[in-house]
Design a binder for this molecule. Structure first.
Ligand code: ARG
Length: 565
């Protein structure tokens, strides 16, 4: 695509540095006022003229050509009109020629990005609290891959901590192998909940649990075997969900993987004089940075979450030599990340600046928050199942003859749930409602999938083979609806990059919604199927390009697009 902003910048004869000038040029909100605008207000001082006059003067000096066909001075703005038909043609050609590679790039080649995401906890069911990290992390994984990066997806399992001592006690007191095999993680969860209920009245259980935890750490046979069993049960459970969500990891190295990898980093920090003793514990003082101290070794000698994260960051740098390491983790852990990033920075590790906490908000269901301890967790599996069930109802009502509707319902239901975690800016807390996320006419995944399937069916009706044509009858495309849709299609590649660089898949999901809405307006305004074949072909190219962009965009969000709906 031509870089119209740059082309326009070169036509403005203003006493400004080119880069600055370029930065003031914006796309117009309303194409009645041209395609790009340049405000002259900033020039008033240097040019010693009122902006209105500056605009008139600069407009006169603009040289028009095949790319920029008209300029108007309006209220202190320069409004530029580009060669729209050529723009539309270029935008469509770009999508049609690239096909499924549309939006891909090589900017990331030779660079490595680690993404720590989902990072579930052993013995806990996969609940809705892990939806956002899973959806956002997986989408970033796909986006960075499309941009040519070497991506390492890491599930930093929560598989270390005193809670596993509690699990062993609970299991030995109230559990049995058969039931655990049968009910899996749900039974583990039940035992965990029971432990907390009983612990309130029987404080000796807490001591018992502590002892078992020490045994796990020391590699005691019975303790390790039980722990390993808990771990395998949990992993079998979550892997089933990852499969449904089409989420992948390259590493499952969790917290316990660093059991024997903390000494070196601790020695290094000590060597640099960063660690001080405080009431028997070892800490890094962060007073100067307005943070509470980072606790690294407890008085009893055991390590902490932060110690493991420090060891993990150092290990990952050695192993992968990443350019960036992202942690997709809820904002509740803001302080934790700020603290250990700071510790690594104070240790003089120059790459500490490449660690990024990608924070996001909480997801909750209409009926309120969830807590594992009390046992009223909202399981992601239940949410997915319900979404699929409801999708099936809608599909049956809309299209009773659809083949393999179970599969389509799965794609729609799962897609709707994933999209709900990708539609907003990350930091927002969101409340999940089935009716909203499954609304086929709302700003939802089903709406995108439906529009995409609609593109397929229009092409099928026309009896056209794909990638058949790039438009020739340009007059058929000379209208506002096509122009506005094509502007959005042309914005797609940059949106993919922005989503990556801002760690914000919602930039892409928002654009997809805009594209689908613009497409539906185009489809109302412009008759696609007609006897005039050259007109039909031209408009079919718009339909096909839209289908390609929507399908690719959904794939980058980790969402499938059913061929038919
Ligand atoms: N398991 C943790 C949790 O569920 C998230 C771990 C995030 N990753 C990390 N390196 N700290 O809260």
């Amino acid at each position: 695509m031509k870089d119209y902003k740059r082309i326009i910048a070169n036509k403005i004869n203003a006493p400004l540095d080119k880069a600055e000038l370029l930065s003031y040029i914006t796309e117009t909100a309303d194409d009645a006022f041209g395609d790009y605008a340049f405000p002259c207000f900033k020039l008033a001082k240097v040019m010693r003229m009122p902006p209105v006059q500056i605009a008139l003067k600069l407009a006169e000096e603009v040289e028009l050509d095949d790319d920029v066909v008209k300029v108007e001075a309006v209220n202190g703005y320069l409004n530029f009109f580009i060669n729209r038909i050529e723009f539309v043609n270029d935008a469509l050609s770009e999508v049609l020629l690239k096909g499924e590679n549309f939006g891909d790039d090589t900017v990331g080649s030779g660079k490595t990005i680690c993404i720590d995401y989902s990072s579930v906890n052993i013995c806990k069911s996969f609940h809705i609290g892990h939806l956002s990290t899973t959806a956002i992390g997986s989408s970033l994984y796909k986006i960075y891959t499309a941009l040519g990066y070497n991506v390492v997806g890491i599930n930093h399992l929560g598989d270390y901590g005193t809670q596993f001592g509690k699990m062993i006690v609970a299991y030995k007191l109230w559990g049995n192998a058969e039931k655990v095999k049968k009910d899996g993680v749900q039974e583990l969860q039940r035992l965990y909940v029971k432990f907390h209920q009983e612990e309130a009245e029987r404080p000796e259980l807490t001591d018992e649990a502590r002892k078992w935890f020490v045994k796990i750490e020391q590699g005691d046979k019975e303790a390790s075997e039980l722990f390993e069993m808990f771990k395998q049960i949990t992993l079998a459970d979550v892997k089933e969900i990852y499969e449904r969500l089409n989420v992948k990891f390259d590493s499952w190295n969790g917290e316990s993987f660093y059991n024997d990898k903390m000494r070196e980093p601790l020695d290094m920090l000590r060597g640099k004089g960063l660690i001080v003793e405080s009431q028997g514990a070892q800490i890094v003082d962060l007073k100067d940075y307005d943070m509470p101290p980072c606790l690294l070794v407890k008085a009893d000698g055991s390590s902490l979450y932060a110690t493991r994260d420090i060891a993990a960051a150092i290990w990952r740098k050695k192993e992968y030599d990443f350019d960036k390491c992202l942690y997709v983790v809820a904002y509740q852990q803001n302080l934790h990340f700020k603290q250990f990033f700071k510790v690594l920075e104070l240790a003089g590790l120059s790459w500490a600046k490449d660690l990024v906490h990608v924070a996001y908000g909480m997801v909750s269901l209409e009926d309120g928050a969830m807590s594992t301890r009390k046992g009223n967790v909202v399981l992601l599996r239940d949410v997915l199942n319900k979404a699929v069930e409801k999708s099936l109802e809608t599909i049956v009502a809309k299209n009773p003859n659809l083949e393999n509707r179970e599969k389509v319902a799965e794609q729609v239901g799962v897609g709707a749930v994933l999209f709900s975690a990708l539609e907003n800016g990350k930091i927002k807390d969101i409340t999940f409602t089935f009716d909203r996320v499954l609304n086929f006419d709302g700003e939802t995944a089903p709406y995108l999938q439906y529009t995409c399937a609609r593109c397929n069916s229009i092409i099928e009706k026309a009896g056209m083979s794909r990638f058949a044509k790039i438009a020739h009858d340009m007059r058929a495309l000379d209208n506002g609806e096509t122009l506005r849709l094509c502007k959005l299609l042309a914005a797609f590649p940059q949106a993919v990059k922005d989503a990556a660089y801002k760690y914000e898949p919602s930039i892409l999901s928002g654009l997809l919604i805009d594209i689908a809405q613009a497409f539906n307006r185009f489809y109302i305004a412009c008759r696609v199927l007609s006897d005039n074949l050259s007109e039909q072909n031209a408009r079919l190219s718009v339909v096909e390009a839209t289908g390609i962009a929507l399908k690719k965009g959904l794939a980058l969000l980790g969402i499938e697009a059913p061929e038919k709906m």
